[in-house]
Design a protein around this ligand. Structure first.
Ligand code: NOJ
Ligand code: CA
Length: 547
């Protein structure tokens, strides 16, 4: 169902008002999907040793915060989002010493490090779950959510797994079901149990003491479930719907997601991280901005990712409504993302090839100008399209276990660094996913071309960084003509031409063009600006001439 959100009114606010440390509110983040970033030991899988030298790329690019996806010991049923030990490094990703070296090098380069914490569920081989399953009377039973079958038999309620099928699996030995919002190998923890809370408080301190600057919290909106485990109401009948993701949204997730008690967990975590000047970044997968706002009351998570832009139509009204809705509802705490290791790449979503690349960069210009913290997913800076993965090489459980889903492998193919074997990612004979792109899209090729997507993104970050008051400036949306979407932040205007013809606009007064996402002319003292299709520009108010 489409909602019409009203545009953002003028409003004074700042990230600092919401207690967000200035270092975060002025940052641009970067997601490293460790398995596909750099392989240091030639086994075809990215790791800490392989990530280390590439930190220089991130510093060169101009980002400030590096989020590293889970690297903990894990059977990798969901590629690390099934954690078997929260205080270690999986052998295939290296050692704790390697991790310490990554943190030290990142800090030397002026980069902050955020690690991914996965508190909603563990792996089914985590010692807690093994104890919970094997001893129904033991202390660990209540670390997870166990229930008897429904009165007539079958799962205790109608909840569905995000990855297809029911969210419950029967344990034959005890005759009870356990809950898993994802794979059966990812049993959900029982966050109503205080023992689970203290375990995680210890885990947070473990990583904070090693020097991390914050946590990206997986499935941040789902930790607590309805106490009575009531059935979710259906929004649409499931008849004939086979796609797992689509089946999931046929249900109103009233009782399995976004329970208000979840916020208490983040309040207590906030006290801990504040002692280290560290931050909490939620993977808040709630698409309605009002629900997102509830997750970010100001005393828990510092910011929450806002995923709705990944699903919006390429249409001026939709883009303006979507972007302004979140800034209006959550003035301080939006984490802007247009790509991640879970979604088809934006270049592919926006039409592929040059058109997709232009649109993706144009949208970045808007996201870089709004209050909040923009994140770039590895390869987005290169303008990568989805990687090519032949059907017989798909590995994501979403694809392997659901006939109707292509899964998430296409956005996870290895990072192309330059010429040579596996485009510089690995010297192994075979990489865990195929190399999905040609050498022309590698970092080395794009670095050498001043007009490349990479150099344009780098220039965008440079221009953004030079605008010192972006975290605190009010936002004023303009009623631009035609297909233009634009807003002012103090003495700067950010505007995107969403249409497929050239568009011109006179914003009033005189302006210097300080950034163009398609062209290169940066004229001064203009009263009218022209933008080619899918182009975005940043304008700075011209200094008054001599009188
Ligand atoms: C969100 C992560 O980004 C995704 O990759 C994972 O499969 C689920 N959470 C479950 O942990
Ligand atoms: Ca490796």
């Amino acid at each position: 169902m489409r909602r019409n959100w009203s545009p953002l009114p003028d409003r004074e606010n700042s990230l600092s008002d919401a207690g967000v440390p200035a270092w975060l509110s002025n940052s641009v983040g970067y997601e490293v999907y460790i398995r596909s970033f750099g392989d240091g030991n030639a086994d075809g899988i990215g790791d800490m040793v392989g990530l280390l030298p590439h930190l220089d790329h991130l510093a060169w690019l101009g980002v400030d915060v590096v989020w590293i996806t889970p690297f903990y010991p894990s059977p990798m049923a969901d590629y690390g989002y099934d954690v078997a030990d929260y205080e270690g490094v999986a052998p295939e990703f290296g050692t704790l010493d390697d991790f310490d070296r990554v943190v030290a090098r990142a800090h030397d380069l002026g980069l902050r490090v955020v690690v991914d914490i996965v508190p909603n569920h563990t792996s089914d081989v985590h010692a807690w779950f093994e104890a919970s399953r094997s001893d129904p009377e033991g202390d660990h039973r209540d670390y997870y959510i166990w229930r008897d079958p429904a009165p007539g038999g079958g799962p205790p309620n109608n909840w569905m797994s995000h990855f297809g099928g029911p969210a419950w699996t029967l344990d034959e030995a005890s005759g009870q079901y356990y809950l898993h919002l994802f794979l059966p190998e990812q049993p959900d923890l029982n966050w109503r149990n205080p023992a689970v809370r203290s375990e995680f408080e210890k885990i947070l301190r473990f990583w904070l003491d090693r020097g991390v600057d914050g946590f990206r919290i997986d499935v941040a909106h789902a930790l607590i479930k309805d106490e009575q485990l009531r059935d979710n109401p259906m929004l649409m009948p499931l008849d004939g719907v086979t796609d797992a993701s689509y089946r999931f949204i046929c249900m109103d997730h009233r009782y399995d997601l976004t329970q208000p008690e979840t916020l208490d967990i983040y309040r207590s975590w906030r006290h801990i991280v504040e002692q280290y000047d560290a931050v909490l970044i939620g993977e808040t997968y709630v698409l309605d901005p009002a629900d997102l706002a509830k997750m970010l009351p100001g005393d828990g998570l510092h910011i929450g990712f806002w995923f709705t832009p990944m699903h919006m139509e390429w249409e001026a009204g939709a883009i303006r409504r979507t972007l302004s809705a979140a800034t209006e509802a959550v003035p301080a705490g939006v984490g802007w993302v247009q790509s991640s290791h879970d979604e088809s790449r934006p270049v592919a979503r926006y039409g592929g090839g040059d058109l997709g690349r232009r649109r993706s960069l144009g949208l970045s210009v808007l996201m870089m100008g709004l209050p909040g913290v923009p994140f770039i997913y590895q390869g987005e800076e290169l303008g990568l399209d989805d990687g090519v993965v032949p059907a017989d090489q798909l590995t994501d459980p979403l694809a392997v276990r659901n006939e109707d889903s292509v899964g998430r492998d296409a956005c996870r193919t290895p990072m192309p660094w330059g010429p040579g074997p596996n485009l510089g990612f690995s010297t192994a004979a075979r990489t865990w996913l195929p190399i999905g792109h040609g050498v022309e899209w590698s970092v080395a090729s794009e670095m050498a071309d001043p007009r490349s997507h990479l150099n344009r993104v780098r220039e965008l970050l440079r221009v953004r960084c030079a605008i010192t008051d972006l975290a605190t400036m009010p936002t004023r949306w303009h009623d631009c003509p035609g297909d233009l979407v634009g807003f002012s932040r103090g003495d700067h205007i950010f505007v995107l031409n969403v249409g497929d013809t050239v568009a011109s606009w006179q914003p009033g007064g005189r302006w210097d063009c300080v950034y163009r996402s398609v062209g290169f002319e940066t004229d001064s003292s203009m009263s009218e600006i022209s933008l080619v299709p899918a182009e975005a520009v940043i304008l700075a108010r011209s200094a008054p001439g001599p009188t």
